[in-house]
Write a protein that binds this ligand. Structure first.
Ligand code: NDP
Length: 291
């Protein structure tokens, strides 16, 4: 193995620490603690773990956590009523409705109902449009975490060839937008892409967000590339990424492990978005460069 292992867990812990310091400064200045409302509908075990972890991290950062657990048979209108009340609640700076939702609820309808200025997940079409046009808004947490790790590793990303494998609205597409904003030359690959190995082999930066265990082979990676593995695949051998870690680590210059790479960055960036929202809503200037 030659690649440096990118320690997302340590990076995220340090980021959460910086966020907690900013929250304390906001409160010292007479401000209100940033408030994050998380809504869980049903009993999906993975979602329950995510929601519990978000709650713990929110409290640890000195923020207010509002948790809503609704039964699996909740009607869409009841959820929309809750979202409307959270939109109107001045103590709530961020609203997150945990996906997936039960079949009787249309996720797009619910996400569209969230006030875009409280949409700390960055999934609302208004925020997708803001990202695409370079306006300030909320950027989806996982891709933003990937960019933070890449900039920490490589510094300026301008001019680098980047390949994003996956084009979902929550990872692949915003990831591509963020890399374009960093002046990378970006290729987005997906299930219909021809010659994926050849395309990956050109890239200085490879971001894998597919959801297929170890699909990206080590021999596809250009020597010295930086590999960011977003994939979380639950297998009998535990959590596995989308990249053949051992193969890729023997040629890449740096690679994120699974677990302990991108995963911890998602919650840290959610807290970052919530802090940004609170500072905007309270009219307190925040030096984002320090975050
Ligand atoms: P989606 O299933 O929404 O998207 C998967 C993408 O991969 C699609 O664009 C699909 O292409 C593409 N794809 C599927 N098969 C192939 C193939 N054989 N070759 C090339 N591309 C392919 O997944 P998400 O974007 O939501 O998530 C991706 C992974 O990231 C999952 O493992 C998920 O668990 C993980 N994840 C991790 C997070 C974290 O915090 N670390 C957060 C969010 C997700 P097409 O569009 O053509 O179907």
């Amino acid at each position: 193995m030659s690649a440096q292992i990118i320690d997302g867990k340590a990076f995220a812990a340090a980021l959460r620490g910086r966020i907690a310091t900013k929250v304390a400064a906001l409160r010292d200045a007479g401000g209100r603690a940033p408030g994050l409302a998380v809504v869980l509908v049903g009993e999906d075990p993975a979602s329950a773990v995510y929601v519990r972890n978000k709650h713990k991290a929110t409290i640890a950062a000195g923020m207010a956590s509002f948790e809503y657990r609704l039964p699996a048979d909740t009607e869409q209108d009841e959820l929309l009523t809750l979202v409307a009340s959270l939109n109107a609640d001045p103590a709530v700076d961020g609203i997150l409705v945990q996906l997936p939702l039960p079949p009787q609820i249309d996720a797009d309808t619910v996400l569209m109902a969230i006030d875009p200025d409280k949409d700390v997940d960055g999934f609302h079409p208004v925020n997708a449009g803001r990202l695409a046009t370079g306006l300030p808004g909320f950027v989806p947490c996982t891709p933003y975490g990937c960019v933070m790790l890449l900039k920490d590793q490589l510094g300026d990303l301008a001019g680098l060839d980047a390949v994003v494998i996956g084009r979902s609205n929550i990872v692949g597409k915003p990831m591509a937008q963020l890399l374009i904003a960093e002046s990378c030359t970006v290729t987005v690959a997906h299930s219909k892409t021809r010659d994926l190995p050849g395309i990956v082999h050109r890239a200085d930066i490879v971001v894998a967000a597919v959801g297929r265990p170890e699909m990206i082979k080590g021999e596809w990676i250009k020597p010295g590339a930086v590999v960011i593995d977003v994939g979380i695949n639950r297998t009998d051998d535990g959590l596995i990424g989308d990249v053949d870690f051992n193969g890729a680590a023997s040629v890449a210059s740096a690679i994120t492990p699974v677990p302990g790479g991108v995963g911890p960055m998602t919650i840290a960036c959610l807290l970052r978005n919530t802090l940004i929202s609170a500072s905007r809503r309270q009219g307190v200037a925040l030096d984002l460069a320090e975050l």
